[in-house]
Design a protein around this ligand. Sequence first.
Ligand SMILES: [Zn+2]
Length: 261
Amino acid sequence: MPELPEVEAAMQLLRRRAKGRTITKVQLLHPSLKRRVRPAALRALVGARIVRVERRGKHQLLHLDDGRIVHVHFRMNGDWEHGKSDAPLPRFARAVIDFDGGTRLALVDSRALGTLDVHPAGMELALGLGPDAADRGWTAEALGRALATRRGPVKPALLDQKLVAGLGNIYAAESLWRARISPTQRADSLSDKQVRALRSAIGAVITRATGSRYTDDDTVNLDVYDREGLPCRRCGTSIERITQAGRSTYFCPHCQVTREP
Ligand SMILES: [Zn+2]
């Protein structure tokens, strides 16, 4: 699944290829996308210029010159592919935006779970997101206050985009491993020291991954995610996998232990 660093890489592509460009055509090719945007709203995008590209959590916002917003979320495995307008469409192209100058961006998504919406001008977007995981101004104190309100285990809490925006299943596991915190420890029982370690681990994990694409194909570089049965890179103990809130959690049972506050 694209995580924050992959979405940030997609943002850089959009800033290079779409910002400042005028839309000449938009096509939605998959029924699930066609249901989201009325044909008239789609046609009305022609002639609009993309003036700003913004990421909020894993949401991508293309701001148009008249205040409308094209809002894209990759969900499970979407990505953008840039090319010439007259080139054959990539396999699994679900939406295509053509620009002046003869170029286009295709939203490529084999599972077709990605979303594209058009928001009218002058509407505040309520995405229900907490502080951004990549925001340097997000403090350990703020993380600690948020975790203190959660009674469940820390790992599912980290996946809640209202607690912190942009952290997904892979980097939540990586961050907990780095901070030596058990994924099953209760969120509200973390000590101040653990919270500080977790905040700095999230920062390090996100920074290290930024610029890389497609975590799914690149799990060799991860410390704990998808490494069930393999030796912990820190202590050599076999990595274990459990299921929490329907998602796989990978952890080292030796160096990620639950500590009493
Ligand atoms: Zn270990």
